[in-house]
Design a protein around this ligand. Structure first.
Ligand code: 6PG
Length: 477
């Protein structure tokens, strides 16, 4: 038999992706560095479709029809390079290596360039949706050559999640590292979404006085409206879960120190390099980092805070509605920032990424899937040159309607001493963008004062410097 696709690396993501291909009628070659995993897959799931188990790299490559499609699902970083080094010499021009791990897009660019010299297509592919997504339909973000997508696209479309309108959640994002770049920003937005939801929870608990079970119900209600999304849905599940050992809300027995594997951090690092203000995503990354500084937090626990005053029951219900407004408005801002970063990356690397189709393939399968993304798709489809999501009339109007409540929620948070870095950064971004004048003019003056860094004027072309140490006359620089 010859397999149409092969998967090497059979940890849970690789195994589930292989099963997904097989369940969709493809013959799948499977391989793992240690054969135990391959055997386990065959024993447990071999009946699900047509698998070809390969023990060696050579057998694996020989099992694939040409041009070969070889999916690697190993840990990002060195393990990926090791697998490429092992397989590349066995491949022939026209073959494809598809990296479905969470690779850094710069690594993907490097690998793509190196393999292109050998005539091999390297397809860095973002895959989102966790274990369940890999099995039942992930959102898939392939980069690499257009030619490789001609061959791979139909298969990926088959195994991907489908949006509500039936469209597959996969598109050729752009060349070389474009797919992994978009997956990275997806994760940055994922961090921001999670942080904003966390802040909403904390406000409902500490300002409004609701219990986790009550807050779960509030989230369930929100999930029937414009916030309808996977993350809101699972938030309600987590909040209503009760710890069996103690009988306490599960959320109260988990250590409050958030971990991260790095993709959110990369989103911010790259944004800094590209000069894109992703303040909401950055605050989400910093909030995780702060939570993990147990010693620092212990040392700070005695610091003074405001006198806390909880709301009455009737005030609490009205407050919850305002938190929904604040959460929604802040969410619009994080997506605005994330899409700005994708646009900037696309410009920098000539990827020609279509922002509307990125929003479209995030509608299903991935962690940030949400009804809201269909509206972002519509906004970019109507105006592909939209300068920012905030320039879309519908989103601008929604923020206009939300802003009073958003501000009030932040006043309450500040009064009660509840940290809301995500909500606050989002509002600051919004207010800064719409401001007539920013204090950046003063910054320029200071820079010119201490370092003769020069400034531009509002009324004339050119660069200028004021002789601060002399008679303070202005000279053209
Ligand atoms: C996805 C997720 C996934 C990521 C986890 C963990 O889209 O399926 O983004 O790729 O690995 O969310 O990320 P952190 O450990 O950084 O929170």
């Amino acid at each position: 038999t010859s397999a149409q696709i092969g998967v090497t690396g059979l940890a849970v993501m690789g195994r589930n992706l292989a099963r997904n291909f097989a369940r969709n009628g493809y013959a799948v070659a499977v391989h793992n560095r240690t054969v135990g995993r391959t055997k386990a897959l065959m024993e447990e799931f071999g009946h699900e479709g047509e698998f070809v188990a390969a023990e060696t790299a050579k057998d694996f490559v020989a099992a694939l029809e040409r041009p070969r499609r070889l999916v690697i699902m190993v840990k990002a970083g060195e393990p990926t390079d090791a697998v490429i080094e092992e397989f590349a010499p066995l491949l022939e021009p026209g073959d494809m290596i598809i990296d479905g791990g969470n690779a850094h897009f710069a690594d993907t660019r490097r690998r793509e360039r190196a393999l292109r010299e050998q005539g091999i297509h390297f397809v860095g592919t973002g895959v989102s949706g966790g274990e369940e997504g890999a099995l039942h339909g992930p959102s898939i973000m392939p980069g690499g050559s257009a030619e490789s997508y001609d061959s791979l696209g139909p298969m990926l479309e088959k195994i991907s999640a489908k949006a509500k309108d039936g469209t597959p959640c996969v598109t050729h994002v752009g060349p070389d590292g474009a797919g992994h770049f978009v997956k990275m920003v997806h994760n940055g937005i994922e961090y921001a979404d999670m942080q904003l939801i966390g802040e909403a929870y904390q406000l409902l608990r500490d300002v409004a006085g609701y219990s986790p079970a009550q807050i779960a119900d509030i989230f369930r209600t929100w999930n029937t409206g414009r916030l309808d999304s996977y993350l809101i849905e699972i938030t309600a599940e987590v909040l209503s879960h009760v710890d069996a050992a103690t009988g306490k809300p599960f959320v109260d027995v988990v250590q409050d120190q958030a971990e991260q594997k790095g993709t959110g951090r990369w989103t911010v690092q790259i944004a800094l390099d590209l000069g894109v203000p992703v303040s909401g995503i950055a605050e989400a990354v910093f909030a995780r980092s702060l939570s993990g500084h147990a010693d620092l937090r212990a040392a700070s626990r005695g610091l003074a805070g405001p006198k806390a005053k909880k709301l009455s029951e009737s005030e609490a219900a009205a407050f919850a509605d305002k938190v929904e407004q604040a959460l929604y408005a802040s969410k619009i801002v994080s997506y605005t920032q994330g899409f700005h970063e994708i646009a900037a990356g696309s410009d920098e690397y000539d990827w020609n990424i279509d922002l509307g189709s990125v929003a479209a393939i995030w509608r299903g399968g991935c962690i940030i899937r949400a009804a809201f993304l269909d509206r972002i798709r519509a906004a970019y489809d109507a105006r592909p040159d939209l300068p920012s999501l905030l320039s879309d009339d519908t989103f601008a109007q929604e923020i206009a309607d939300a802003q009073d409540d958003w501000r009030e929620v932040l006043v309450a948070a500040t009064r009660q001493g509840v940290p809301t870095p995500g909500f606050s950064a989002a509002l600051a971004y919004y207010d800064a963008l719409r401001a007539e004048r920013l204090p950046a003019a003063l910054t320029q003056g200071q820079r010119d004062f201490f370092g003769a860094h020069t400034y531009r004027r509002t009324d004339r072309e050119g660069s200028f410097h004021t002789l601060w140490g002399g008679d303070r006359s202005e000279v053209e620089a």
